[in-house]
Design a protein. Structure first.
Length: 263
């Protein structure tokens, strides 16, 4: 093997290492790939395949390979900040869906019904877990993961590796604003069900006052649970277009954040 071939292999290997740094951090934090139920071998294989495919595409946008360990640590820290930023943005949507499920579950009487979530390593309300899994399936059906991968490719162009940390100091206000949208999303998703269940509780309270002989305690639980499940089954198909618009808007939000970091 000639010296030219060795230099070519070394340059491509160094490019692959740089791409691996960003891809591994990027996918490690984001939904689907960060699930604890996915075997480590599949995660590592996915990261390696994506990195091998991306290296020739983004090689022209990569910085020189770090000449020292400290320079490499600086690049890795910058990539961790970028991965955490993207994780927060995507998580706001899914956490808003979880929050909506938890609020409706409490209104329906499912406040004490929880499941052990291996991902969060804790308990999660039943309806919150159901809505989260349904939203995750919808995210995959509309190819939301393609938006994430496209943002990953665009990040090599818009945010050079080892970008100055000063760019991340511009993000707190944007992150806070996006975080507030999580609560707006939770209320918008299932507000009709919450209002209907609240009116049912008011009606049951009036019945208990006017007709004390009626055992409201034995009536309220099956009534609220049954009506809540009925309203949920009616509302979910109507919520699909709204969730699709939220997922499709993630691409533009990620692009604006990248422009903010680089600007």
């Amino acid at each position: 093997m000639t010296g030219t071939q060795v230099a070519w292999l070394l340059a491509n290997f160094q490019s692959l290492v740089l791409v691996l740094m960003r891809v591994s951090v990027f996918l490690f934090f984001l939904p689907i790939w960060n699930n604890r139920m996915i075997p480590i071998a599949i995660k590592v294989g996915t990261i390696l395949v994506i990195s091998l495919l991306l290296t020739p595409v983004v090689q022209g946008y990569l910085p020189p390979f770090p000449a020292s360990i400290w320079a490499g640590v600086g690049i890795l820290f910058s990539e961790l900040m970028l991965g955490l930023t993207f994780w927060l943005i995507v998580s706001f949507v899914f956490e808003g869906i979880k929050m909506a499920g938890g609020l409706v579950g409490i209104q329906m009487g499912f406040g004490m019904v929880t499941l052990i979530d291996p991902q969060a390593q804790g308990q999660i309300p039943l309806l919150a877990d159901f809505l989260y899994l349904a939203a995750l399936v919808l995210f995959l059906v509309i190819n939301g993961h393609h938006l994430i991968l496209r943002a990953l490719v665009d990040s090599f162009v818009q945010i050079p590796m080892g970008a100055p940390l000063a760019g991340f100091l511009k993000l707190p206000q944007a992150i806070i604003r996006l975080g507030s949208q999580m609560f707006v999303l939770a209320v918008k998703l299932l507000a009709p069900i919450m209002v209907a269940l609240f009116l049912i509780q008011v009606a049951l309270g009036l019945v208990a006052k006017t007709v004390p002989q009626v055992q409201i305690l034995f009536i309220s639980f099956p009534l609220t649970i049954g009506l809540g499940l009925l309203l949920l089954s009616i509302t979910l198909p109507l919520l699909t277009p709204y969730l699709v618009s939220q997922f499709q808007g993630l691409g533009s939000v990620l692009n604006r954040v990248m422009l903010t970091i680089n600007g």
